[in-house]
Design a protein around this ligand. Structure first.
Ligand SMILES: Cc1ncc(COP(=O)(O)O)c(C=O)c1O
Length: 400
């Protein structure tokens, strides 16, 4: 029987898969979402099997289930299964991509003002170690990177790499990554997209983005377990033979005493050891998202976030910080007469949110003197009633 996505009947069924959604108002999906039942079961069953049957023996018995992780990724995000690598987090995926790039002193790398703090730190460290020049593209008036400025910098400085976070962590922006992909292709620059907050929230076709690397995690909008992520790489990356520092006996073969050969597919970005329980949980999360449909998920997440912004804007003393021509499911607000401890107060009231700190967003929040913001991130299983309840609670806390 087909159900209309997010009809009250469908929503009820989705929430029944996530019993914790009835015990709290979980608006911290940009931190870590609540995992649905099938994800929890996949992880727990596998661990139980390992406990009974041994780690290596269970991996051999469940080999085909484990391998299904790769085609499942390709079904949801496009491309071929051979273009995906299992990683332990988005940062792990990002750093492996970065470490695979050839560098020469004097090379230029280009990024934006909204890139994730860990990425910025890695870029700064790389530029210090290898003598690279790091450039940052300007923003448009309405917020978000200005593709014209990015193109100007591409022409003028010929960067070897462009790095963009598609959905920044600290504000509700969606960066125009497909448009930037075209610019990078035209300029012959490698293109690394941090899709950590985008995967599971936006309907994505990774080959169509024109990126060479796409790094993501499972615990956020994909609703998978913690400690799991993935890296997508373009055919161009595979053909060029890019491989991360350092390879191991899974990602490469030791062919003679003085020789090795990296694997031909994206598994060269993996290491031998990983949790197969998490891999199966991640595959279950992908199947769960697929069963709902990414276009419907994107529409609902954006609609709920827009409604939440509307409710919060109406509160005296509450300023919505999100700016940009396309907004995501992340809502960031600055609250008058409040401290970050409001997050704990809300948690005590059964409402889960998080704090975005200015020092994690040096180009934007810190530069504008915004030391922190309350971050709220609804997912499709949240309800309009939960949003209204949350806005009312914040309104009371600001006044008290
Ligand atoms: C935009 C963005 N990129 C990367 C990361 C890092 O993800 P992970 O903790 O899985 O490495 C985060 C985490 O919040 C994020 O929001």
């Amino acid at each position: 029987m087909s159900v209309h996505p997010f009809s009250s009947e469908h929503l009820q069924a989705l929430r029944a898969d996530t019993p914790a959604a009835e015990r709290s108002i979980h608006l911290n999906n940009a931190g870590a979402s609540l995992v649905p039942g099938p994800v929890q079961e996949a992880v727990q069953h596998y661990l139980a099997e390992e406990a009974q049957g041994g780690g290596y023996e269970t991996a051999a018995r469940r080999a085909s289930d484990i391998q299904a992780f790769y085609p499942q990724l390709a079904r949801l995000f496009g491309g071929m299964p051979s273009q995906y690598a299992y990683c332990s987090s988005a940062t792990d995926a990002f750093n492996k991509a970065l470490s695979s790039l050839p560098v020469r002193a004097g090379d230029t790398w280009l990024t934006t003002r909204h890139d994730y703090a860990s990425n910025q730190i890695a870029l700064l460290q790389a530029s210090e170690r290898f003598g690279l020049r790091l450039l940052v593209a300007r923003d448009r008036e309405e917020g978000g990177v200005d593709p014209d400025d990015l193109q100007r910098l591409l022409r003028l400085h010929k960067p070897r790499l462009v790095v963009v976070t598609q959905v920044p962590s600290h504000t509700g922006l969606v960066q125009p990554v497909a448009e930037i992909g075209q610019l990078c292709r035209a300029a012959g620059a490698w293109y690394l997209v941090d899709g950590c907050q985008a995967a599971g929230q936006l309907d994505l076709d990774l080959p169509a983005l024109g990126c060479d690397f796409f790094a993501a995690t499972f615990r956020k909008f994909l609703r998978g377990p913690r400690g799991a992520g993935f890296l997508y790489v373009s055919e161009r990356v595979l053909h060029a033979g890019l491989a991360p520092l350092y390879l191991d006996l899974h990602s490469a073969r030791w062919t003679a005493t003085d020789r090795f050969r990296a694997l031909g597919d994206a598994r060269r970005f993996e290491l031998w050891e990983r949790s197969y329980a998490l891999m199966l949980g991640a595959a279950a999360a992908l199947a769960y998202a697929e069963s709902i449909g990414m276009p419907a998920i994107e529409t609902r997440v954006k609609r709920l976030a827009a409604r939440l912004r509307e409710l919060l804007r109406a509160l005296p003393g509450c300023r919505v910080l999100d700016r940009g021509s396309e907004l995501s499911g992340i809502v960031a607000v600055q609250l008058e007469h409040s401290e970050p401890g409001i997050m704990d107060e809300l948690r005590t009231a059964g409402i889960h949110t998080s704090i975005a700190y200015g020092n994690y967003a040096q180009y934007t929040m810190a530069a504008q003197g915004v030391p922190w913001a309350l971050r709220l991130s609804p997912h499709y299983y949240n309800t309009e009633e939960e949003l209204a309840h949350t806005a009312a609670a914040i309104g009371r806390m600001i006044r008290s």
